[in-house]
Each structure stands twice: as C-alpha cells, then as structure tokens.
Design a protein around this ligand. Structure first.
Ligand code: FMN
Length: 354
C-alpha cells in the first residue's frame, strides 16, 4: 500500500472517486422550521464537491427523528425537492454525495420539533444534559418514551422510506448514523438499552436493530453497495456509555462485515484502544477512518494500509477546497465554532476557495 495517499483515485463500489478524502457528516442547522434545507445548503455542498465523497449532515428519516433546531428531514415532498437541488448542484460540479440518516432517539426537545409526538428510544432513559432551542435557549433534554416491540418494524420502515426518498432525490447512496449517542447507538449501548426482549440484554440482541435497519436500507436502495454506516465506539457524547464496547463493536462489525456494504466509517474518539486496527480486519468493504486527522496523519494511515479513505470534518467547514489546499501545501483557514450551528450564510458559504 506504500504508493497510496490522499490523492490516489479510489472506488466506492458503484463509482470511482477523485481522491481518498471524504467530507464528514456535519449538522449545520440551515434548514427551515419544517425541516426543509434552504437554498444556501445546495451552494454549501457544491462548494465542497472536490471531496472524493461528501456525506451530508444528519438528516432525520422522519419527523419523529428530529431533535435539534433547524435540522433537516427527508420525508415530505418539499424536503425531498430541496435535497434534489443539493444533489444536482454537487453532481454538476463532478462530486459524489451520500445522505446521512440521523434519528436522534432520546436526544431532542419539543421546541425543536414540528411533530408533537414524544421522543422514542429503546428504553425510557432520559439523557443527562441540555440542548439549544431557538425559543427558550438551553433546555434539559425531553424524556423519551420506550418503543414497544411491535413498533420497531415501523421505525425500520421510516429508514426504508427515507432511503427511497434519498435515491429519488439523486443521492449516490445513504449512510446510517449509528454513532454519537443517537437512536441506533442507543440500541447498541448498555446504559440506554435496558430492554429484556429480542432487542436488549445480550450483545447479539443489542446489535439486532442496526443489522435490521441496514438490511432494510440495502433492499430499499436497490443495492447493498449504496449503503454505508458510521460508528463511534466508546465515544461518551450525549450521555451514552457501554459496559463492553470492544465486545459490542466487534460483534456488530462481524455481523455486518460480509453484507457487501459500501463502507464502514469509524470515528475514533480516544487514542486507545485503536478501533481502526480492531475493526478493519472484520469488515469486507471500504474502511473510512475519521477523528482529528491532518493531511500528514491521513496520508500516514493510508500508506500503512490502515484505512481506504480519510474523513475530514471541521477543516471542511472553513476550507471548501480542502483537497486542493492539501495538495498544494497551502495554508488552512481555522474553523469557527461560532458559525457551526448558526449564522445563515455567514461562516457557511462565505469561505473562499484558492
Ligand atoms: C459542526 C459539526 C457538526 C457535526 N454533525 C455531525 C452529524 O450530523 N453527524 C455525524 O455523524 N457527525 C457529526 N459531526 C462529527 C463529524 O462527522 C466528525 O466525525 C468529527 O468532527 C471528527 O472529525 P474532525 O476532527 O475531522 O472534525 C459533527 C462535527 C462538527 C464539527
């Protein structure tokens, strides 16, 4: 693998990529109150089309999965039409784009939701902590309702409908967000999944929801190689914890490793243990590594054969032409956390390319 670097063309089952640089999914809160991406969203993604692959911000498969202010969904015709503009703008610039499906589960507040139904989760365990609402500033998370066993197929169907909508909207594929303490990770993790039925308890039961959702998404996409997954083993974000993350994630990746998925995207959030080293041999398909990479550390991991693609997040917010800057050794603009989730155009589509 000595000759592979960030600028080596790659392949993600159905298509070739210009390079090995992936833009990470990043929530940017530029949708309207009905979960419809505004027109600047298409411009934002088109500006970043030089990535080998763009993964969108978390998109709720249905309104039930929305938790944050001004975040998008892909359920209503207006939402789907807006996403069509995004994929059209990216494809016109020669880019490729997957939609990330983010169902928040228990991480939300009613002030941020246009549906009045309560939050749902594997168990009725309220998250500790607070989140931003535009109407009332910081608020405690709402308490979730436990999903009844007979309701779980309906949640899977929401991902199926979202997958069909995403393909109809022109996305090249779809990613299941099974990281960062949201619904799929709530099923995986022992502090949020207290169920005693087929979806809880033993690790084989806790991974069942994620496996079923991926199988259903693959069927809905018409091809398993249009589906990827993101995980963040042992990341404590959103009050999530697991008694044995090594066992949980090796079991999960063994269960999905031979499905033929487009990729496994691993966010490593602490130096040890290396989930890249642990999980890569268990997965047949492209391996994406993310979490704090620089140009140098990304190139080094590719060279050593430790990953097939490197995922960059924050750097893409303020450097729309990140691949060109890396290639030329040009200076990078520092990300501005003040405009990550607010500011409309400012700090969103206002960064220049070289
Ligand atoms: C502003 C912001 C929003 C994010 N939103 C999401 C999201 O919607 N879905 C997701 O999977 N990860 C999200 N992340 C995490 C990134 O995808 C990525 O894993 C993380 O930032 C680590 O990569 P980096 O160090 O290159 O930024 C977000 C990160 C940032 C900075």
């Amino acid at each position: 693998m000595a000759d592979v670097n960030l600028f080596t063309p790659g392949r993600i089952d159905g298509f070739d990529t210009k390079n090995r640089i992936v833009m990470a999914p990043m929530t940017r809160c530029r949708a309207d109150a009905q979960g419809v991406p505004t027109d600047i969203v298409a411009e934002y993604y088109a500006q970043r089309a030089a990535a080998g692959l763009i993964i969108t911000e978390g998109i709720a498969p249905s309104a039930v999965g929305l938790g944050y202010a001004r975040t998008p969904a892909i359920e209503s015709p207006a939402q789907v039409a807006a996403w069509k503009k995004v994929t059209g703008a990216v494809h016109a610039k020669g880019g490729r784009i997957f939609a990330q499906f983010m169902h928040v589960g228990r991480i939300g507040h009613s002030a941020n939701r246009y549906t009045k139904t309560p939050l749902v989760a594997p168990s009725a365990v309220k998250a500790a902590g607070q989140m931003w609402t535009d109407a009332m500033q910081m608020q405690d998370y709402d308490a979730p309702r436990e999903l009844a066993l007979h309701e779980i197929p309906g949640v899977v169907e929401e991902y199926v409908a979202a997958t069909k909508n995403a393909i109809a909207a022109g996305f090249d594929g779809v990613e299941l967000h099974s990281a960062s303490g949201y619904l799929p990770m709530q099923f995986l993790s022992s502090n949020t999944n207290l169920r005693t039925d087929a979806y809880g308890g033993h690790v084989h039961n806790r991974v069942k929801f994620v496996v079923e959702v991926l199988e259903a998404m693959a069927k809905a996409a018409g091809s398993v190689d249009k589906v990827g997954i993101k995980i963040s083993p042992a990341m404590p974000f959103n009050d999530i914890s697991d008694a044995n993350p090594v066992e949980t994630y090796t079991t999960l990746v063994k269960a999905i490793g031979n499905m033929g998925l487009a990729y496994l995207h691993v966010l490593q959030s602490a130096p040890e243990p290396s989930y890249f080293q642990m999980l890569r041999p268990l997965f047949k398909g492209r391996f994406f590594a993310g979490g704090g990479f620089t140009k140098e550390s990304g190139d080094a991991l590719l060279r050593s054969g430790g990953a097939d693609f490197i995922v960059y997040g924050k750097l893409f917010t303020s450097n729309p032409d990140l691949p060109a800057r890396f290639e030329k050794g040009a200076p990078l603009v520092d990300p501005d956390p003040n405009t990550f989730y607010a500011g409309a155009e400012q700090g969103y589509i206002t960064y220049a390319s070289l």
